[in-house]
Design a protein around this ligand. Sequence first.
Ligand SMILES: [Zn+2]
Length: 166
Amino acid sequence: MNLGDNAGSLPGGPGGTRNENAFRIRGGSNQRGQARTLCGWIRREIGPYTPLHFVRFYPSHRMMDVPPAPSEVMEAHCEVAKKAGLHYAYIANSPGHKRENTYCPKCGKTVIARFGYEITNWDLDKQNRCKTCGYRIPIAGGVVIPISSLTSAARRILPDTAHLRD
Ligand SMILES: [Zn+2]
């Protein structure tokens, strides 16, 4: 990891909320130290509300000789992020893992549940506040209703959706 090179490639300035996964923590004995440096830098330079996705490696294509990243390592990275003061650290590329979800930083309730790229539950009000405690989650946008959940009548009034994934 080279924060200097990566820092120069960050879009925009500090203070915004955006997804950052442009950093790579390489294998080796000092992974946790690299994660600590990365998380501290993000907290200090961008802010505590910056979503950070630790993307789990799985062997594929020409890298079949490298084992998958252990879940325990990914979870340890998320704990490092939490201790550094980052409120939204995730494990990506690990469908079904609890760290795919968004938790309310105030009450700890799951406010957005995910499975892979799918949102399986949305527990925020229209102002993106936690329905349990009212804490506002600083995100933009909202949930998109999956085509499969629409009634057949609703599907008939939509334009051709054959290209959309259910
Ligand atoms: Zn809450």
